[in-house]
Design a protein around this ligand. Structure first.
Ligand code: HEM
Length: 428
């Protein structure tokens, strides 16, 4: 397991089936990969579960007490208050801000580059998008610092998560982590303070104004610290995952030129050179499938779906005691050859309406049940819009001699070394 976690789990799944028990002293862990059991766990038994507390302990250092990191009544109150801002209809209002960020970014990209650092470029763009949606202000000169800080915080968090306890942050070797947390806190707190100093009549219509409305209405439930924590979660969850997915998508497009050509032909036919609007997104059907297939091959946030039971439950006929740890390895589920023949191959047509049905729960990059990703509609709209605008302007190829990037967990699933691709602007 320590050499190759997913390889070991995959072999055991073939031998023992969709639910297996691992005894990792002092814990009992149950790895669930059967789609029906996964839904039973995350939907029917939702009330008997909390997120795996070690991951939350590590996340909370940065996120504080937000929708992502809280449980019970506190979680329900936050989720309920935020949900209206993240419905499919509500996210349409953010599309012009997203298109503005993409326009500004692409204006800075080169016309051609044999080794363009596409991962870093999409990460900056993802950060700009979320900053515009949250704070109505784009990426500033301190963006590089923020990008580095997000990376350092993820590396430190990932390293700590699999140990039962962390060394205190004042230890001399934790300087990089301390600086990263301070940089991110300054960024978010700075925006909240700046808004508070502004006359209310001038507050723009963005996510921060929505959160501050909650604070003004009910400061006991929504102190400024809670607003700050929610902003931090939206900032981190809202750009890391979409940037990782767009990076993998760019790789899939470069490695599968026929799919890239088909997606571009669709974008050209639907948009006729215009910027996409909300009304266009449903018509970008094939492009959407390339993104789904990317999320199947490279689910961006696999670590989040681990839970601990707080009381005994029965799952698939098994009686499991309180304090069992449950792992739902999305990557493994998404590579199940029963529903995804030749599971390593990039085949967007798997998601076509006339393709064989995929069982419920077999594909769930955003999770499922009441704790399903809050930002799933936002993420899908954003990624479709940015991918379409990208294909209008550029094509990508695998640089000669480059090998397929190896996915590694760094909170999100990222290429082991930063991805570079050959970028060429289209003649228009
Ligand atoms: C490709 C993009 C994304 C992927 C793959 C993704 C995936 C996930 C997953 C797997 C979970 C955990 C679900 C569970 O535990 O059952 C989650 C939770 C969450 N995500 Fe996302 N996410 C994405 C984008 C976003 C965006 C854009 C936002 C917000 C701006 C966001 C905010 C959240 C929040 C707040 C939670 C916690 C929800 C809760 O506990 O109630 N995510 N996401």
């Amino acid at each position: 397991m320590s050499r190759d976690l997913l390889g070991a789990w995959s072999a055991w799944r073939d031998e023992y089936g969709g639910m297996m028990h691992l005894r990792i002293w002092p814990e009992h862990q149950v790895v669930v990969t059967d789609p029906e059991r996964v839904r039973e766990l995350l939907v029917d038994h939702h009330d008997a579960l909390v997120r795996w507390e070690r991951a939350i302990e590590v996340f909370a250092q940065l996120h504080g007490h937000s929708t992502l990191t809280s449980e019970g009544v506190a979680w329900r109150t936050k989720r309920h208050a935020l949900q209206p801002a993240f419905t499919p209809k509500a996210v349409q209002a953010f599309l012009p801000a997203m298109a503005g960020a993409a326009d500004a970014a692409f204006a800075q990209w080169p016309r051609s580059d044999a080794a363009w650092p596409i991962e870093s470029a999409f990460t900056s763009l993802g950060m700009d998008v979320i900053l515009r949606m949250m704070f109505s202000s784009g990426i500033a000169a301190d963006a590089r610092d923020a990008e580095r800080a997000v990376h350092e915080a993820a590396v430190a968090g990932n390293a700590e998560m699999y140990w039962p306890k962390s060394w205190p942050d004042w230890m001399p070797w934790k300087g990089k982590k301390r600086r990263a947390l301070a940089t991110l806190d300054r960024l978010i707190t700075g925006h909240v303070r700046a808004r508070m100093d502004m006359p209310q009549a001038d507050w723009p219509q963005d996510l921060l104004t929505r959160l501050l409305a909650l604070h003004i209405e009910d400061p006991a439930t929504w102190p400024l610290k809670a607003v700050r924590d929610e902003c931090m979660t939206a900032f981190l969850a809202g750009h890391e995952t979409t940037a990782a997915t767009l990076t993998w998508w760019a790789w899939c497009m470069a490695a599968n030129p026929a799919a890239q050509a088909a997606a571009r032909a669709e974008v050209d036919a639907v948009l006729q050179d215009r910027a996409p609007t909300a009304a266009d997104l449903p018509a970008l059907d094939y492009l959407g499938r390339t993104l789904q297939e990317t999320l199947r091959l490279y689910p961006a946030a696999p670590v989040l779906i681990s839970r601990r039971s707080v009381r005994p439950i029965t799952l698939g006929g098994w009686h499991l005691p309180a304090r069992t740890i449950f792992a739902v390895p999305l990557h493994l589920m998404h590579h199940d050859p029963r529903w995804f023949p030749e599971p390593d191959a990039f085949r967007p047509e798997r998601f076509a309406s006339d393709a064989p049905a995929i069982p419920r729960g077999a594909f769930m990059p955003f999770g499922t049940g009441p704790r399903v990703c809050l930002g799933q509609h936002l993420a899908l709209a954003e990624m479709t819009l940015l991918a379409a605008m990208f294909l209008q302007r550029y094509s990508v190829d695998v640089p000669p001699g480059a090998t397929p990037p190896k996915p590694v967990f760094n909170i999100t699933l990222r290429p082991e070394t930063p991805l570079v691709l050959r970028l060429t602007a289209r003649v228009r």
